[in-house]
Design a protein around this ligand. Structure first.
Ligand code: NDP
Ligand code: GDP
Length: 329
């Protein structure tokens, strides 16, 4: 039985990856930081199947201990301050957690289990103000936010440890991927949650930023399989994972609202507070290498993804509203 250590297991990707690895009979170790209020929402259904370890990405000793205790065959480093918009008001915390902490994790593996295979969660945000379209593994980086800058560091330190210490370290350059477990502040989930609330009469409007930006959005459940595939190869390498399709925020709104019979133009208000200091106008990935070398395939398309998210939020918001009503009564 193989053993895997996942950092960031309580997040969107961590929860899908844990499910996937459990389905492959892995012993799954999940590292989570101490929080005043426990946050197991994404993993509550598999909570008892995971070996829990406590640690913080900024604390090297805790990471070494997590690697020692789990003795992993594979390490998936998913933990990060992952929200681009939060990286301007918190540039130093983002740098500590999303950039330098990758070195912490690599050091922990190098010290405690150097033969473990390592996956780093890199991001299409590294391409930022894109220098070519579509973006591939060889497209130069031009990050446009403290988050993007931090991810560039994480990417190169992973490549550097592979080349310096002969570690099996891979960097997955993943384009945006979403699901009903996506954080509520990200645009897809913000929209699906708002559509559900508006449809149920609990919200009147939706305040948004730039509707013209274009993203290559996929389904998180498909993307975690690519992470695993990278660590099953004979040699460590870096791969772009994407859909190869680009859609605007406006299209996202159209599909989400029309799925419940509404017109987004009746509800959306542009609010400058959601416009970013520097924008990534478009992202479009070419994942030919992953398709050829990993045999990775996409299963869920964009419209299906948006409808899945709206349906899930409709169910969740209805359930919550029912609980709140029964408490009031
Ligand atoms: P989430 O924001 O959903 O999850 C981030 C996870 O990191 C959470 O479990 C969080 O814990 C944990 N974490 C944050 N800070 C610390 C810390 N100091 N110590 C320990 N754990 C910490 O992100 P996703 O699941 O969406 O993304 C996973 C990774 O992939 C991230 O690195 C992200 O930047 C990257 N990525 C994501 C993309 C996407 O479209 N989703 C695209 C490309 C890259 P807590 O629950 O306590 O907050
Ligand atoms: P990102 O690509 O990692 O920054 O993912 P997000 O989901 O946060 O944002 C995707 C795009 O949606 C960016 O170009 C944002 O500027 C744009 N956007 C427009 N309005 C909003 C909004 O209200 N919230 C968020 N999060 N993004 C918005």
């Amino acid at each position: 039985m193989k053993k895997a250590l996942i950092t960031g297991i309580t997040g969107q990707d961590g929860s899908y990856l844990a499910e996937f690895l459990l389905s492959k009979d892995y012993e799954v170790y999940g590292m989570r930081r101490r929080t005043s209020t426990p946050n197991f929402e994404n993993v509550s259904h598999i909570q008892n199947e995971i070996h829990w370890l406590s640690g913080d990405m900024t604390d090297l000793a805790s990471l070494i201990e997590a690697v020692r205790q789990s003795d992993p065959d594979e390490v998936y480093n998913l933990a990060a301050q992952s929200f681009v918009a939060a990286s301007w008001p918190q540039p130093l915390a983002t740098g500590q957690i999303t950039a330098l902490s990758v070195t912490n994790m690599l050091e922990a593996v190098r010290i405690a289990k150097p033969e473990a295979r390592f996956y780093q969660a890199s991001s299409s945000e590294m391409f930022g103000k894109v220098l070519e379209t579509p973006q591939t593994e060889t497209t130069p980086f031009y990050p446009r936010s403290p988050y993007g800058v931090a991810k560039v560091y994480g990417h190169w330190i992973t490549v550097n440890y592979r080349e310096s210490f002969d570690m099996f370290a891979c960097s997955g350059i993943l384009f945006n991927h979403e699901s009903p477990r996506r954080g509520l502040e990200f645009v897809t989930r913000k929209v699906s949650d708002a559509v559900a609330r508006i449809k149920l009469g609990l919200q009147q409007e939706l305040r948004m930023g730039n509707l013209d930006s274009l993203r290559d959005w996929g389904f998180a459940g498909d993307y975690v399989k690519a992470m695993w595939l990278m660590l099953q190869q004979d040699r460590p390498d870096d791969y772009v994972i994407s859909t190869g399709e680009m859609h605007s925020v406006r299209e996202l709104l159209q599909i989400a609202f029309s799925h419940v019979g509404l017109n987004y133009e009746d509800y959306v208000v542009i609010d400058p507070q959601f416009v970013r200091p520097a924008e990534v106008d478009l992202l479009l990935g070419d994942c030919a290498k992953a398709k050829e070398k990993l045999g990775w395939r996409l299963e869920v398309g964009f419209e299906q993804l948006v409808r899945m998210m709206v349906d899930a939020d409709l169910e969740r918001v209805k359930r919550q509203a029912a609980v709140e009503t029964s408490v009031v009564v």
